[in-house]
Ligand binder design. Structure first.
Ligand SMILES: C[S@@+](CC[C@H](N)C(=O)[O-])C[C@H]1O[C@@H](n2cnc3c(N)ncnc32)[C@H](O)[C@@H]1O
Length: 251
C-alpha cells in the first residue's frame, strides 16, 4: 500500500472515535467547516449556511432523491432533507457515525424521508441512475478521487446534479497523513477528474476565505491525541497551503 495514504480501515476507525468523542446529546453532529459572510453571527449559523449554499444547485434542479456520501453523523443530510423537502439517503463507512446519525435524527428517520446506511463510497449498493442528486461535504479528501467520483457518476441519473464541498491543495501542501488528509489534490486536478468521469457544465467557487473563521472553533475539537498536533498545524496553515472549494456539475 502507498505509505502516503492512510488505510480505509484507519480512516473509518478514526471517525468512529471522532463521532463518539465529539457528539453529545444536543450537539449538531456536524463534521465540516462553516461558511461565513457579512450576515453570519455564530458558528452554528455558519454551519447551516454552508449546507444551504451547497444545496442550491440541487434546489434549482428539482432533486427529490439525493445521496449524501460520507454523511458522518448526518447533519448535512438532515439539513438537505429539510431545505429541499427531498428524500435523502446518507451513507458512511464509519459504523459509529451511522449509529449516531440514526439516533440524533430518529424522528425524521422514522418518517421515512431520511435514511442512514453503512456503506463504502467506492462500492455503493445502488443501481445506475438511482439518484437525482449526489451530495458530499468534506468526505472526498479521504478518498481516491477518480474511484469515488466514478461511483458517484454511476448512481446519478442522466441530467442529475452533483454538489460537493472539499479541501484542495495549494503549492506547499505536504499532506496530513494522521488526520486522513492524505488525498488532497489541486483544484485543477479535482476539476479534471470531474471531466474525466463524464460530468458536464462543471462549475466551482472558491470558498477559502469564507470558511477561514471556522478554524478557531475547529482547532478545539476533541480527537485522538496523536492526530491533535497534525490538526492544529492544519488549522494554522489553512488558506495558505490548502483551499476550500464548492464544485457542482451535471451528468
Ligand atoms: C469530515 S467528515 C464529514 C462528515 C459529514 N459529511 C459532515 O459534513 O458532517 C468525513 C466523513 O467521510 C467518511 N468517509 C471517508 N471515506 C469514506 C469512504 N470510503 N466511504 C464512506 N465514507 C467515508 C468518514 O467516515 C467521515 O464520516
Amino acid at each position: 500500500m502507498d505509505e502516503k495514504v492512510l488505510s480505509q480501515d484507519a480512516v473509518s476507525f478514526k471517525y468512529d472515535f471522532d463521532a463518539l468523542l465529539n457528539y453529545r446529546d444536543g450537539e449538531l453532529g456536524a463534521f465540516h467547516v462553516g461558511y461565513f459572510d457579512s450576515t453570519t453571527t455564530s458558528y452554528r449559523a455558519a454551519l447551516e449556511n454552508l449546507v444551504r449554499k451547497a444545496a442550491e444547485p440541487l434546489k434549482n434542479s428539482s432533486c427529490f432523491k439525493i445521496i449524501d456520501i460520507g454523511c458522518g453523523c448526518g447533519y448535512p443530510s438532515r439539513q438537505l432533507q429539510s431545505f429541499l423537502n427531498a428524500s435523502v439517503i446518507g451513507v458512511d463507512f464509519s459504523i459509529k457515525s451511522i449509529e449516531i446519525a440514526n439516533k440524533i435524527h430518529a424522528a425524521e428517520v422514522e418518517k421515512g424521508n431520511l435514511t442512514f446506511l453503512q456503506m463504502n463510497a467506492y462500492n455503493l449498493m445502488f443501481q445506475e441512475n438511482s439518484f437525482d442528486g449526489v451530495f458530499a461535504i468534506e468526505s472526498l479528501f479521504h478518498m481516491d478521487k477518480l474511484r469515488a467520483i466514478q461511483e458517484m457518476y454511476r448512481v446519478l441519473r442522466i441530467g442529475g446534479v452533483i454538489s460537493i464541498c472539499d479541501y484542495y491543495a495549494k503549492p506547499g501542501w505536504k499532506g496530513l497523513i494522521q488526520e486522513g488528509f492524505s488525498e488532497v489534490i489541486s483544484l485543477e486536478d479535482f476539476l479534471q477528474i470531474f471531466r474525466q468521469c463524464g460530468f458536464k457544465n462543471i462549475q466551482f467557487s472558491d470558498w477559502t476565505e469564507h470558511v477561514k473563521p471556522s478554524y478557531q472553533y475547529l482547532r478545539n475539537r476533541k480527537m485522538i491525541s496523536h492526530v491533535q498536533k497534525d490538526f492544529e498545524e492544519f488549522c494554522e496553515n489553512a488558506g495558505k497551503n490548502s483551499g476550500y472549494t464548492h464544485i457542482f456539475a451535471e451528468k
